[in-house]
Design a protein around this ligand. Structure first.
Ligand SMILES: Nc1ncnc2c1ncn2[C@@H]1O[C@H](COP(=O)(O)OP(=O)(O)OP(=O)(O)O)[C@@H](O)[C@H]1O
Ligand code: SF4
Ligand SMILES: [Mg+2]
Length: 322
């Protein structure tokens, strides 16, 4: 493993202005709030948290698809800000949830997979054809798929196309945002196995976002738990699943026992005060829902308690009681 992290996020913040408030008043949504993390090369960082906690926004900041409002992102030690798009495409690529939405319905599969190579402007036609054929075969698609349209493929086949397109430039890092959530359960395992094989073969680093905690436990080497835009706990996977320290992590893990099949959105059993990123509570942002909150939690933000491979933000963790 190289000492330079594959991904480094330094105090990243991303806000959005929306007019969705009461009577159409402008609201500022804090989607990612002072997030710092480092993903070692070759590892898989899983990101979990309820819908709207900022996972996809963080992924888009790391992909350079969205600028940060403050802070910075480094990929393979280089700042994303101002990086040439073609160079960036050789370093980091996405695989998104819905392969149907992310594939152009009018383009043939071979052209879709070839597009990143064509955009680089440095490969000859024959070389592009050979690379595309090799990559289609590598992701488990027959060569005659190249001439078909996305609508002629199954969901799993379409996700294989999206993976082939992501890997055709041999990037170092792949950001997977709910890569199997839109697929039938029977197909999900095949795609997860393929992603695992490809990671070994191409020595990839993954950022892996999923609602499905069982999937994250299976694929991730480390897990970060997000709540209202912040990472409230991060630890090696086994540690996080066996000895969660943050009360929110515990609530999320308890929700594994009552999954909603098909939806994948856990019922965290924390009552009906839903978190609102346009109205972040003072003190610990989790305090209105926290079953073990103490008085200080309502006014004082918990400090970050960081060790070499884990960290947590909770007053009780500092006191050693969480
Ligand atoms: N382009 C945008 N404009 C305005 N608000 C946005 C935009 N993108 C995201 N948000 C808001 O930022 C917050 C975080 O959204 P994000 O999509 O990152 O969450 P998420 O954790 O990926 O959720 P999910 O699990 O549902 O995919 C939400 O409140 C969302 O409404
Ligand atoms: S700081 Fe307080 S409110 Fe926040 S998670 Fe810890 S105990 Fe709960
Ligand atoms: Mg999302």
């Amino acid at each position: 493993m190289s000492a330079t992290p594959a991904i480094e996020v330094k105090s990243a913040r991303r806000t959005f202005r929306t007019s969705g408030g009461l009577f159409g008043t402008a609201r500022e949504v804090v989607a990612v709030d002072d997030v710092s993390l480092a993903v070692p090369a070759g590892s898989v960082l899983g990101i979990v948290g309820e819908s709207g906690c900022g996972k996809s926004t963080l992924a888009r900041l790391i992909l350079g698809l969205l600028p940060t409002t403050a802070g910075e992102v480094l990929v393979d030690g280089q700042r994303l800000d101002g990086m040439d798009r073609r160079f960036r495409a050789e370093l980091i690529q996405p695989v998104f949830q819905d392969p149907f939405a992310s594939l152009n319905p009018r383009r043939r599969i071979g052209d879709i997979v070839a597009l990143p190579l064509v955009a680089q402007g440095k490969f000859a036609g024959a070389e592009i054809g050979r690379k595309v054929a090799e990559m289609l075969e590598r992701v488990g698609l027959a060569s005659d798929m190249a001439g078909r349209l996305p609508a002629e493929l199954s969901g799993g086949q379409r996700q294989r196309v999206a993976i082939a397109r992501a890997l055709i430039l041999r990037p170092r890092i792949v950001v997977c945002d709910e890569p199997t959530s839109a697929l039938d359960v029977s197909v999900q395992a095949q795609i997860l196995n393929l992603l695992a094989e490809l990671r070994r073969e191409f020595n990839l680093t993954y950022l892996f976002i999923s609602h499905n905690l069982a999937v994250v436990e299976h694929v991730a080497t480390e897990v970060a738990v997000m709540y209202l835009g912040r990472i409230v706990e991060q630890a090696p996977t086994a540690e996080l699943f066996h000895a969660p320290r943050h009360p929110y992590t515990r609530a999320l893990l308890a929700s594994v026992l009552t999954p909603e099949p098909g939806l994948g959105v856990p019922d965290v059993g924390l009552g009906d005060i839903l978190p609102d990123p346009a109205n972040i509570p003072p003190g610990c942002r989790f305090h209105p829902r926290c079953p073990v909150a103490i008085e200080r939690c309502g006014s004082v933000a918990p400090p970050l308690l960081a060790a070499a491979h884990s960290r947590v933000e909770c007053h009780l963790a500092v006191a050693g009681a969480a």
